[in-house]
Design a binder for this molecule. Sequence first.
Ligand SMILES: Cc1ncc(COP(=O)(O)O)c(C=O)c1O
Length: 410
Amino acid sequence: MFDEMKFDRVDMLPEYVFAEVNDLKMSERRAGADVIDFSMGNPDGDTPAHIREKLVESAKKTKTHGYSTSKGIPKLLKAVADWYERRYECILDPMTECVATMGSKEGYAHLTYAITNAGDVAVVPDPTYPIHEFSFILAGGKVIKFAIKFDEKYRIDEDHFFNELERIFEEAPVKPKYVLVNFPHNPTTATVTQDFYVRLVAMAKEKRFYVISDIAYGDITFDGYVTPSILSVPGAKDVAVESFTLSKSYNMAGWRVGFFAGNARLIGALVKIKSWLDYGMFTPIQVAATVALNGDQQCVRDITEKYNHRQEVLIEAFGRAGWHIVKNEASMFSWARMPECVQHLGSLEFSKRLLKEAGVAVAPGIGFGESGEGYVRIALIENDNRIRQAAKNIKQFLKQFDNCKQEEGE
Ligand SMILES: Cc1ncc(COP(=O)(O)O)c(C=O)c1O
């Protein structure tokens, strides 16, 4: 009924590639299959005890159950500003340059809604975490994408990045208003240097665009790599905001808490839109999030070490199965080029067959954009034994293809 009445905004969203793999995963599970699930960046560990305890303590109080403040309680906003000062020597005003969001995904949806005029253009590197692109599109903007390049250690080719930006600014019929960056990058895990942000801030000032930077995986780094922040560049606050989430660092994905910080005009726009749309997160969540940010960070180091270790287990076990993956320096993922003998399948078909025939779920690279083709993203959310079991299943699976080079034995 009423089919002639269209929902344009919903209709312009493409079929979610991941939905295909997800549906298949569900039907395999319903049929009794044991699926080893590397498909989503949903941390498998518990939220550290001291954070859970603070939530309970705060929820037991009687004054914490009403509407909260949409922009975040003052203590949480101060914790955000202190976090930036401690890590990045960046001084922020908690009340005008920081805002708490219900996870960073909500922040992206509403920030872009607040700041995008019809037809505004944003530049987003490809492949990309889908909300980085579709938040602008849903808000009525347009997105120009370009393929990023990285080396064998997943380090971004920064000259290539800036050459591409220069080219886009020369060629675009409408001058881009926003550039979105996300390093450590989802899905490729790629990283950048501090100098990258020095160049980006200088370019933003020269060409007059705002930068939105996502450092969701900023804590999860290995082998001495430290995530730089755009906000540590002098003058960055004139042109940039940055987001962070507690989902990954503290295994708090279900709690829905993150924050944005930086340029007061962009933060003010997000605060204003949010004040019309929500009443803030449940206060005990904000109190517990404050404790997470201010408290002992050993839990973050433990979580990071778990992903580092799993990545090493994966590289070793998958390598024996004939799938050679290179170690990255950050995030909870491996961005794995598919073995040569299955490249002809494409990443979607490969992921579907891997699920059906080997009981292993991964995210097909094409779901993150055209230049994700040939790769899959493996989230390190299964334990060592399950990773080794997946490798055995994959070894069997790959045997059907010609020229798959595998080691003998288990
Ligand atoms: C790069 C990146 N940014 C943001 C998010 C959203 O995180 P949340 O909404 O849980 O804060 C994710 C989630 O996977 C992500 O990978």
